[in-house]
Ligand binder design. Structure first.
Ligand code: 5AD
Ligand code: SF4
Length: 461
């Protein structure tokens, strides 16, 4: 979501003459878009801002702005603690940014805008005049809703992003169409809980929205994140089978395998219900990849509770997991819970969990060796590879992209390729998987490029 917001900021400031620059030392304006989800993310913000003090002393006309969740949470405490900060703008103030910057440029004043509203102001005009990029994007995020009403007891999101509000389906569809026109082939629809999209506002349901996006010509893939297990509907489960552009991957955060902890987290589902949903997904779409988020060391998590989480990981065999040590966030209910877990114990649990998951990730990746996977090329990989050919050792450039199941694949071009089919960013390539690692796959392109529509016919047959 922060990546998407940063892109919106870039688009909003383009008409005022601001352009992204790779070095912040030479910039006229520095915007730090912040995350408050865990303590570590917040610490990073303040250490980075601290480093900017010197720069501001040397160049007093430099404007420093802080946006996002930490800005929303801390408000005027930020310039009080860091006097070199000129602007603090909250999660709902992005649209007002051009005006705020203009005011600072003219009056050299300090501003704090953390007002929140219940409606989403559309950035339509900005979206239309999408940026003139020398290197167009192949994949893009699209926010479909903002905020969250779930109030999981550990989570700061409802406080810093506000109540759940959905965008109009027409605006979303228009935005995706604009992106497709500019070369985007894959969109990831974003929301804290996409399953409740449109419910409050009585708009389209999420599966209905997906169906509309699925019809957009020129779009190759659709992903979405995040889906809350309690709200995962049968309609959405069926969408994985019925919508040809929807990728067969779901990120379904479980957070814990212990019913006691799930209750204390206010997740509103049990371990059994979660497993039932996984069964439904796999019965409906056997090759679906499933990833998850897990928090270790939640207050009151005993060794037995943690063992239940490890058991759940063994039972589900996730394709991948993002795991985090619990950290207190300001004002959330869990911050006041007793029986906090010691830092070293949290570290040990995190390591044990990651070690266990690595076996499953590698096992799943290894199972793909020898198969052909359709990969959407996102660009050149940073690394070149050495390969032993018949007579000599050769260095090859590697391309990188993702499978439909969201696995990273680095691959080289097959020598026998037809000239018109040379690999480039945005092409869809059939790759034979030769090696599997814990976080990626590698291989070689094997045939002419095939559009997904051809495969889709195979699937229906
Ligand atoms: N401590 C640790 N992890 C957290 N997450 C959210 N809040 C916290 C917290 N206070 C994790 C959850 C969520 C992911 C985005 O971040 O696992 O799904
Ligand atoms: Fe936070 Fe829970 Fe909302 Fe996710 S569903 S953003 S974890 S409150």
């Amino acid at each position: 979501m922060n990546v998407y917001d940063s892109e919106q900021i870039e688009k909003l400031l383009a008409p005022s003459g601001y352009k992204i620059n790779s070095s912040f030392e030479a910039a006229d304006l520095i915007i730090v878009n912040t995350c408050a989800i865990r303590e570590k993310a917040e610490q990073k913000v303040f250490s980075f801002l601290g480093r900017l003090a010197d720069l501001k002393r040397k160049r007093p006309n430099l404007i420093i702005g802080v946006g996002g969740c930490v800005a929303q949470q801390e408000g005027k405490k930020i310039p009080e603690r860091m006097p070199h900060v000129d602007l603090v703008f909250g999660t709902h103030a992005i649209n007002r940014l051009p005006y705020l910057i203009e005011k600072i440029e003219a009056e050299r004043c300090k501003l704090v805008d953390i007002e929140m509203s219940e409606v989403i102001e559309e950035l339509e005009s900005v979206i239309e005049s999408s940026l003139d990029r020398s290197d167009p994007k192949v994949t893009s995020f699209v926010t479909i809703m903002r905020g969250c009403d779930n109030f999981c007891t550990y989570c700061v999101v409802p406080y810093v992003r506000g109540r759940e509000t959905s965008r109009f389906p027409e605006s979303i569809v228009n935005e995706v169409k604009c992106l497709v026109k500019s070369g985007v082939q894959e969109v990831t629809l974003l929301g804290q809980n996409v399953n409740s999209y449109g419910k409050k506002e009585k708009l389209n349901s999420f599966p209905q929205l997906l169906a509309r996006v699925n019809e957009i010509d020129g779009l190759f893939r659709i992903r979405f994140t995040t889906s809350h297990p309690k709200d995962l509907s049968d309609d959405l489960v069926s969408a994985f089978k019925n919508m040809d552009k929807l990728c067969n991957h779901i990120h379904l955060p479980v957070q814990s395998g212990s019913n006691k902890i799930l209750k204390k987290m206010n997740r509103k589902y049990s371990r059994e219900l979660y497993l039932e949903k996984i069964d439904k997904l796999r019965n409906n779409c056997p090759d679906i990849a499933v990833t998850s988020d897990i928090i270790v060391g939640f207050p009151g998590e005993t060794k037995a509770d943690f063992e239940e989480t490890l058991d759940l990981i063994k039972e589900v065999e996730f394709d991948g997991i993002f795991a985090f040590k619990y950290s207190d966030r300001p004002n959330v209910p869990a911050a006041r819970f007793t029986n906090k877990i010691a830092e070293q114990e949290k570290k040990d649990r995190l390591q044990a969990l990651l070690n266990l998951q690595e076996c499953f990730t590698t096992k799943k990746n290894r199972a793909l060796i020898g198969t052909n996977e359709l990969v959407l090329v996102e660009g050149l990989s940073k690394k070149k590879v050495d390969r032993d050919d018949a007579q000599s050792k050769c260095r090859y450039v590697q391309w990188t992209g993702r499978t439909e199941t969201n696995k990273v694949v680095n691959f080289i071009q097959d020598e026998g390729v037809i000239p018109g089919d040379r690999i480039s960013k945005g092409k869809i390539v059939n790759v034979k998987i030769e090696k599997a690692y814990s976080h990626s796959l590698s291989g070689k392109s094997v045939q002419r490029f095939e559009r997904r529509t051809k495969l889709c016919c195979l699937k229906l047959a």
